[in-house]
Design a protein around this ligand. Sequence first.
Ligand code: ITT
Length: 205
Amino acid sequence: MTSFKPADPVLVIASGNLGKVKEFRELLCNFQIQVIAKPESLEVDETGRSFKENARLKAISVANNTGEWALADDSGLSVLALSGKPGIHSARYADSDSERINRLLAEMSTCDDRRAIFVAALCVAAPKDQILIEVEGLCEGVITKAPRGESGFGYDPIFEVIPTGLTYAEMSRNQKQELSHRANAFRSLEPQFRNLIANNSDLRN
Ligand code: ITT
């Protein structure tokens, strides 16, 4: 992992989800930047109508409030048999990861078609409402009948990536970081982010 110096540019991860923050720290480990978590007290209302709109709201709010560049992720599961639900409401579906999983399994108890897509919209913003990068990534899979695996967070134990036969929670960290919706989104973001850093050694401008 790259060790950073105090002079390195700062990127704030605009998320209160520790699972996401951990994955971003790993994905960003080859960049010579200081990756920091957003202040806990800074909550953003997710009033958007799409993953993209919500990622934008979170990135702009955190960039404006901290005075630093911010990277936000809005993500969720779209289940075909549930007409795309829970979608952008994936976090609000229930109060805890295990209750969210139980609710989804209960709603799908009679569904033979288990196909689902995990979506991640990422946005990098700078202070004063500047959107710098917006990308989206997907991962296709199926919702299992019961949770499997211990790793990761959120819906990981019930999302199986078809060709692997494994849920996200059964994968090694490296495997999830290769295949996931967030990894696919990050692959699109990476070259643009590299260019931005090369042209802005102080990310606040
Ligand atoms: P922030 O908005 O603060 O980033 P959040 O958890 O509220 O945190 P979202 O609004 O994007 O994030 O909701 C996404 C939901 O989908 C939430 O319940 C996550 O735990 C879940 N989720 C997102 N990515 C996931 C992943 O890689 N594996 C499992 N669950 C994931």
